[in-house]
Design a protein around this ligand. Structure first.
Ligand code: MGD
Ligand code: MGD
Ligand code: SF4
Ligand code: MO
Length: 770
């Protein structure tokens, strides 16, 4: 095999396999792709053994990535402008950029830049382009933004910031006990080599797995303790577990004395908990809850992972808090196999941790802004109002909010009522179809790309991916789109670039000095990403201009994590930042960026007294108040629907070609065998599913893995793509059924896993209604 050259650059290893990464979940496993003779098709995909964390591992989904690159995806390759009749016309880039910039400028001048809202910035595989968006938003005076993180992780961010000074992760690979709460890593992953690690834990008699999930998932099947909780009962079962630790004197008193504040306040509440009653409210046997809690207490290390089952549940923030109490009361932070705070090239979840009511809020709904993100569930109501501060224009980049946010009908009407909607995407998505302008980007295999989801310990890594195939004529990479928009705003010109370009031509040291000087100018500082892209960018090898922003990020990483970066072999001082950046540029299979020890974790605990904070008074009071409430039962809605389950072949909305799925093509509604028998239903029958927000018809699959009263629909379905024969819609879009107002009282995250529902039988022998 010979090298392949794209635009004069060698991009393939000599044996014809090009290193890249899977872009379908946050793990971003390293892969190698063999491109066919046509220069486009992905003939073969295999795990990349040189990748520092996945080490050759992939799941079934990576092998289907050709459907993203070459499938029926409604790819867009020219900028599009909406005509008065709602159809689109192709326009050239100069026109597109000029008009978009003019219209953003008009909204800013008429209503203020704060009425321009930015959404997205990357899916599971692409954050590099979105990192240039801050220059665009600042150029047009926009301040409010959000992304998918504000419908899943913000409760966790808020609690973690206040208890531990920032986001934590779990070292599942090395733990004695793995503890999964509303998380099914067998399908959804969430840590490297998940299936292999789960199997290792399951077969090792000295290790255990505890799972809290209403479904006997593939993960629960491997567990030693499966607490098959009533949907929405998590606050009770977790509080019962924390209470067992306190009431059976299983807490790590010495560790708490050394490391924690606020212990007495929390212990006082947990002492009063009626464990038997809470277990019965959660519908989990008390004996099982006690045994699981004792196993956690006796372990040398516990890695706990909560995810959407609770983060999109009714008590999500409360549950995030109690879940952390359990591992903190047992001393499971700051050591191998437990929770940690990691290094990062670009940090996520940068919340300052304001107590409730004290932090920034959104302009109309006054909803708390966590980590800079407006809660997704209030976006539509902040548009559909006559409030003077309502959002009037929106830029959506690499996201599909018309499909992925709660209440699609309301979201569609909000997006349609904007004065301006600009969408930057690779495909004509549900959101793009509502846009005034659609700006096409190359796919993630046609450009330099990276994710910022790297939070491993003790070795953390970063993977800058090279293009694998050539982009078609037409699309522009996101950094180029942002640079052109900023330039069209008139805020950056060649005069600003000239000194930096001259310095870059002399070398990185000279560039660093010139860049520092430029950052002293507030106007330039706020546009830094584009400034880097236009000046340092062109000097980077192999056309890696998009990586320019990583130069500053690498320097910051080396300053913030000096010891870890040094241990990873990059030296010290400013030279370490340069060495790290060069390694990232050269390391096409991913590179280790830091080698941490446990002291590093504690150094990152930036709480006021440097100790972990157990007592968050508002949430402690809510734990105490659990005694006075019970899970709601509503005769109108005999079922609870989990809207958006991860299955073997689901992937948010990045995989638009329905034929990518080898199994589960229809996206069936799962229902317990008990309930199906009661309705005389069987797999393949059709039902009408109704929630307060919508009604859909769907095929069912019966299963004995589910509790009676529980239903589940997969995520990523209900996409409409153009086919030679017209349009095809596959399965049900979950957010036709969810309501924007159903959200967490603390941070506004949605209740997608707790949607009250009812069923009618459509096609079956007997038609009763439950
Ligand atoms: N295959 C696949 N993997 C993915 C993705 C994908 O689309 N497909 N998406 C990625 C993304 S973006 C994310 S955020 C992660 C999400 O990963 P997960 O959170 O693991 O995924 P889910 O299947 O949405 O929810 C997890 C579990 O919550 C359970 N659950 C439902 N209701 C409740 C409840 O009331 N209490 C409890 N305790 N559990 C409940 C469900 O039964 C399910 O097993 O997955 C990532 N990985
Ligand atoms: N009911 C319900 N709703 C949910 C969930 C659920 O469990 N239930 N899960 C939620 C979760 S956890 C998440 S993370 C969100 C995800 O929802 P979103 O954040 O909206 O993201 P995706 O569906 O991944 O959409 C990514 C978009 O990026 C585009 N794209 C792909 N590659 C590129 C590229 O290189 N450049 C650009 N510019 N665009 C590109 C794709 O075409 C697609 O339109 O969905 C959420 N919605
Ligand atoms: S675990 Fe599977 S879906 Fe996630 S990145 Fe790896 S191969 Fe892709
Ligand atoms: Mo997600």
């Amino acid at each position: 095999m010979t090298d392949v050259t794209i635009a004069g650059r060698r991009v393939r290893d000599t044996d014809g396999w090009a290193p890249s990464a899977c872009i379908l979940c946050e793990c971003n496993c390293g892969i190698e792709i063999k491109v066919g003779d046509d220069g486009r098709s992905f003939d073969k995909i295999r795990g990349d053994h040189q990748h520092p964390t996945s080490e050759g591992y992939t799941c079934n989904k990576a092998l289907r990535l050709d459907h993203y690159q070459n499938g029926k995806t409604d790819r867009i390759t020219q900028p599009l402008r909406r005509r008065a009749d709602g159809t689109f016309e192709e326009i050239d880039w100069d026109t597109a950029i000029r008009e978009v910039a003019a219209q953003l400028g008009l909204v800013r001048d008429t209503h203020g830049g704060k009425t321009i809202f930015y959404y997205g910035g990357g899916g599971q595989g692409n954050h590099l382009g979105g990192s240039y968006s801050t220059a665009t938003t600042r150029a047009f005076g926009s301040t409010y933004r959000s992304s998918a993180l504000a419908q899943e992780k913000t409760g966790d961010f808020w609690v973690s910031a206040r208890m531990l000074g920032g986001m934590t992760r779990a070292d599942v690979e090395h733990c004695e006990v793995a503890f999964f709460i509303g998380k099914n890593p067998y399908q959804s992953h969430g840590f490297p080599r998940a299936r292999a690690v789960l199997k290792e834990i399951a077969k090792d008699p000295s290790r255990s797995m505890v799972v809290i999930d209403p479904v006997r998932t593939e993960t629960a099947e491997l567990a030693d303790f499966h607490l098959q909780v009533r949907p929405g009962g998590d606050a009770y079962v977790l509080t019962a577990m924390a209470a067992v630790l306190v009431q059976e004197s299983l807490t790590d008193v010495a560790w708490l004395a050394d490391h924690a504040s606020g212990v007495d306040e929390v212990v006082a509440v947990l002492k009063t908990v009626d464990i038997a009653r809470y277990c019965s409210l959660a519908d989990v046997p008390e004996d099982l809850v006690r045994r699981a809690s004792r196993r956690i207490a006796s372990a040398s290390s516990v890695a706990a992972l909560e995810d959407l089952g609770v983060q999109m549940g009714r008590d999500s923030t409360l549950v995030s808090y109690v879940e952390k109490l359990i591992w903190l009361l047992t001393g499971n932070f700051g050591k191998s196999g437990a929770q940690y705070r990691s290094s990062s090239v670009v940090p996520l979840g940068r919340d300052r941790g304001h107590p409730a009511g004290e932090g920034p809020v959104s302009p109309v709904a006054k909803a708390p802004i966590i980590s800079g993100l407006v809660p997704c569930n209030v976006i539509a109501e902040e548009i559909l109002t006559d409030h003077p501060d309502r959002y009037r224009a929106m830029v959506v980049e690499s996201a599909n909010p018309a499909h992925s946010l709660a209440d699609s009908a309301k979201m569609r009407s909000a997006l349609s009522s904007l004065e301006l909607l600009v969408v930057i995407d690779v495909a004509m998505t549900e959101t793009a179809r509502l846009a005034d302008y659609v700006l096409p980007a190359p796919t993630q295999f046609e450009k330099w790309e990276a994710t910022f989801f790297n939070f491993d310990f003790p070795r953390n890594m970063f993977h800058l991916r090279r293009p694998v195939v050539a982009a078609p004529d037409g699309p522009l990479p996101e950094p180029e789109i942002h640079a052109r928009l900023v330039e069209a705003s008139g805020q950056l010109t060649d005069i600003d670039y000239a000194p930096l370009r001259a310095a870059a031509a002399q070398g990185r040291g000279e560039f660093a000095m010139a860049f520092l000087t430029a950052m002293g100018d507030a106007r330039l500082a706020k546009l830094a990403p584009v400034l880097l892209y236009r000046t340092l960018g062109p000097t980077l090898p192999d056309g890696a201009a998009a990586a320019a922003v990583l130069w500053a990020a690498a320097h910051k990483c080396a300053t913030d994590n000096a010891a870890g970066v040094k241990r990873a072999g990059y030296g010290e001082g400013p030279a370490a930042g340069e060495a790290l950046f060069d390694a990232i540029l050269a390391g096409s299979h991913g590179v280790v960026i830091t080698e941490d020890d446990e002291a590093e974790i504690w150094r990152r605990v930036k709480t006021p007294d440097g100790r972990v904070q157990l007592d968050l008074p508002e949430l402690r009071s809510e734990v105490a108040a659990l005694a006075d409430r019970s899970p709601a039962d509503d005769d109108d809605w005999p079922f609870v629907l989990a809207a958006g389950e991860r299955r073997a072949f689901t992937a948010n909305t990045i995989m638009r070609d329905p034929t990518w799925r080898r199994r589960g093509a229809d996206g069936v509604l799962r229902i317990s065998t008990t309930d199906a028998d009661g309705l005389a239903l069987t797999t393949g029958d059709r039902v009408r599913l109704t929630t307060k927000r919508g009604t859909v018809d769907v095929s069912i699959e019966t299963t004995d893995t589910m509790r009676s009263g529980h239903l589940s629909l997969p995520n990523g379905f209900g996409l409409t793509v153009q086919d030679a024969d017209g349009t095809v819609t596959t399965g049900v879009a979950p957010n036709e059924l969810t309501a924007a107002e159903d959200r967490d009282p603390w941070v506004g995250t949605p209740w997608h896993k707790y949607v009250p529902a009812r069923l009618e039988v459509l096609e079956s022998a007997t038609p009763p209604t439950l």
